[in-house]
Design a protein around this ligand. Structure first.
Ligand code: ATP
Ligand code: MG
Length: 436
């Protein structure tokens, strides 16, 4: 993509409304613009990152055996009356009346709708287990939308729902999502720690929040350093017993301030790391909470009808864009992990008025593009300093600068945004390095 044609409205000044780094950088890097409080438009650079995160989330859901569906954003209130949540949900739910006077709502989550789909189609234990997920916009009329996409009102969520015959099978579904989440966040370049979460009136130990450690996180967290020694890229196949892996991860102490009681903590609280964290995912097994009131049951092997055991599993896809930036930035701008970077390489023509230099840049751009490398090519007639600053701000993993001085010696300059390391090498070697 040539920058001269790309819609990338970057800002030099720090926007006054942004309190935290990720919000500031997303506005400055031209990734998002606010439409109304907590409601954003995604501009090309931001949307590219959002899509990459979405794809990694999708791949890990698929790998874990979940199947993608797409439910609507607008739901009928009837199902929520049935589950008993229509009144409970309160003001966070955006309620809408259609032209016929029917009560509708913009879905804040999808337990009711998926349970309705399930109960109409699945009647036998032979069709279990099932895990269905979608990646869809949600609306919650948050009392205090803030921090940009971190706590929006409209936000993109991946939500999966598992259906099993027995509690034991439900635990297996839970475990497979637990492992999928560890892998997902690791692939996104994040260190996310599963922390025991409140299960409310349902009880049990099957609820975990996945938390990324960052100073700007909304909750205070307490955890054991032992997590550092564990590898989240668990390579288990379908059908493997995941219980030992989940046991290993959940035996290490980690809790948010909602759960942690310093005086009543199973480990020596003074040895724990204290910090702040951002919740990027939440998994929850809740048994018959929805299947019982909504009548989602199947016929078991003994011919008896039983309510299915359910769990739900959320990932804050749009929140992750902010969380990744919180974890990956420096004073000059964003430092994207390669897996979610909007482009791999930022190619800079340091002297756009120089025909020879421009020809060398065009050639480089063509070669990299042909080799399948996603390049953002700054072909504009601007000062080298402005170009470098802009590339640092948008945080592409590799910066390739081509100027007349280097070309005279047959070299171009390649900088790694993360390490800051710069090397001079021949254009051919640069291509090899970036395509290898
Ligand atoms: P929180 O405690 O942050 O309000 P929640 O418990 O209400 O979150 P869930 O219902 O578990 O959230 O939703 C699943 C995921 O969706 C969360 O882990 C979070 O990453 C994301 N999420 C929830 N609310 C928002 C929001 N207002 N803006 C952006 N992402 C959100
Ligand atoms: Mg939660």
């Amino acid at each position: 993509m040539r920058l001269s044609r790309y819609f990338l409205p970057t800002l030099k000044e720090t926007p006054a409304e942004a309190q935290i780094a990720s919000h500031r950088l997303m506005l400055r890097a031209g990734m998002i613009r606010q439409g109304a409080a907590g409601i954003y438009s995604w501009l090309p650079l931001g949307l590219k990152v959002l899509k990459k995160i979405e794809q990694i989330v999708r791949e890990e859901q698929d790998r874990a055996g979940a199947q993608e569906v797409l439910m609507p954003t607008i739901q009928s209130s009837d199902l929520w009356v049935e589950s008993g949540r229509y009144d409970d949900y309160g003001k966070e739910m955006l309620r809408i009346e259609d032209r016929h006077g029917r009560q509708m709502l913009y879905g804040p989550t999808n337990e009711e709708l998926i349970t309705d789909i399930f109960r109409k189609e699945i009647k036998s234990y032979r069709d279990l287990p099932k895990n269905l997920y979608h990646i869809q916009w949600k609306f919650r009329d948050e009392i205090r939308p803030r921090f940009g996409v971190m706590r929006g009102r409209e936000f993109l969520m991946k939500d999966a729902y598992s259906f099993d015959l027995t509690e034991e099978d439900g635990r297996k579904s839970y475990n497979s999502m637990f492992v999928a989440y560890l892998r997902t966040f690791a692939r996104l370049g994040l260190k996310a720690i599963p922390m025991r979460a409140d299960t409310g009136p349902i009880g049990g130990d099957l609820s975990h929040e996945f938390i990324v450690i960052a100073d700007t996180g909304e909750s205070e967290v307490f955890f054991d350093k032992a997590f550092d020694a564990l590898d989240p890229m668990i390579d288990a196949g379908a059908g493997d017993d995941l219980q030992p892996i989940v046991d290993e991860w959940t035996s290490i102490y980690a809790a948010t301030d909602e759960i942690h009681k310093p005086d009543n903590c199973p480990v020596d609280a003074s040895k724990l790391v204290t910090g702040r964290g951002i919740e990027v995912g939440h998994i929850f097994f809740f048994g018959e909470k929805y299947s019982a009131p909504m009548g989602a049951s199947v016929q078991g092997p003994d011919g008896e009808t039983t309510n299915v055991q359910m769990g739900s599993y959320g990932v804050g896809v749009s929140r992750l864009v902010g969380a990744i930036i919180e974890a990956c930035h420096d004073a000059d701008g964003i430092v994207w992990p390669e897996s979610v970077a909007p482009f791999k390489v930022g190619l800079m023509n340091l002297r756009a008025k120089d025909d020879e230099c421009t020809a060398a840049c065009d050639k480089m751009y063509a070669e990299l593009t042909k080799a399948g490398v996603d390049v953002l090519y700054d072909d504009r007639d601007q000062s080298a300093g402005a170009k470098f600053a802009n590339m640092d701000l948008i945080g592409l993993p590799w910066q390739l600068a081509i100027g007349p001085r280097g070309l005279k010696n047959g070299v171009v300059e390649l900088k790694n945004r993360g390490s800051g390391e710069r090397v001079e090498l021949s254009p051919e070697d640069a291509v090899t390095k970036l395509t290898g």
